[in-house]
Write a protein that binds this ligand. Structure first.
Ligand code: 13P
Length: 255
């Protein structure tokens, strides 16, 4: 049984003060009886504060939004896996479509980061997904296949078992337009099949695949109910502590 994983990708939102205020409400609202794994992914500037707050509880783990593949050096503006580890970061989001489209990240760059993260015992959340144009021209499977092969190239089955994948159709991110549960399930099943083809079915059955793109309290249960959807990577709706707690509880109720 794959444990559901619900992550809050705050993107470039939340000052330290706002992050603190979020946690004041969220951790109370969430309570203790949750079977889903919860990951809070703040901007770098709030990592230290959120880390200290989460150190006192098992309710949620810490994630980062990006990292560089080198351990240190002349890379102005970048952050290494070791720096994240020092703050007790457990997960790192890699290859988000905003990083791919706005900051030029290719599958090759994502792959370097994935390997560096695993080497440092960070668990990568690797994002993949097609644009609207790619969907409309019938290329969803080809795009996913290329992103999987490129981003995860060279990983052993044991390494892959520590990776979380996030299927985020670009047309559903921040648009209010969610993939239907059937559309999402179809893509997730395809992704899992690709993992079994490139690696093997015992690891493909273990890897968790999150859905991301306009997940809200109103649609979370229906999406999370799908056989191959093992969690959610939530953007906008994760900025509101009560709503995000509701999404986590929707995952818990399905177990
Ligand atoms: P929204 O939930 O705002 O659509 O963002 C999804 C996302 O990109 C999470 O990484």
């Amino acid at each position: 049984m794959r444990k559901k994983i619900i992550a809050a990708n705050w993107k470039m939102n939340m000052t330290v003060a706002e992050a603190g205020a979020f946690l004041d409400v969220f951790l109370v609202e969430l309570g203790d009886a949750n079977s889903a794994e919860v990951v809070i992914v703040p901007p770098f500037t709030a990592l230290s504060h959120v880390s200290e707050r989460l150190a006192k509880t098992e309710q949620a783990k810490l994630g980062a939004q990006n990292m560089h593949w080198e351990k240190n050096g002349a890379f102005t503006g970048e952050i290494s896996a070791q720096m994240l580890r020092e703050l007790y970061v457990r997960y790192v989001v890699l290859g988000h479509s905003e990083r791919r489209s706005l900051f030029g990240e290719t599958d090759e760059v994502v792959n370097r980061k994935v390997r560096a993260a695993l080497e440092a015992s960070l668990r990568p959340i690797v994002c993949i997904g097609e644009t609207l144009e790619e969907r409309d021209s019938g290329r969803v499977e080809a795009v996913l296949e290329k992103q999987i092969a490129g981003s995860l190239a060279g990983l052993s089955a044991a390494e892959l078992s520590h990776v979380v994948l996030a299927y985020e159709p670009v047309w559903a991110i921040g648009t209010g337009r969610t993939a239907s549960p059937a559309q999402a399930q179809e893509a997730h099943a395809f992704i899992r099949k690709q993992l079994s083809v490139h690696w093997d079915s015992s690891v493909s059955e273990k890897v968790r695949i999150q859905y991301g793109g306009s997940v809200k309290p109103q649609n979370a249960a229906e999406l999370l109910h799908q056989h191959d959807i093992d969690g959610a990577l939530v953007g906008g709706a994760s900025l509101e502590p009560r709503g995000f707690a509701e999404i986590v509880k929707a995952a818990h109720r399905l177990d």
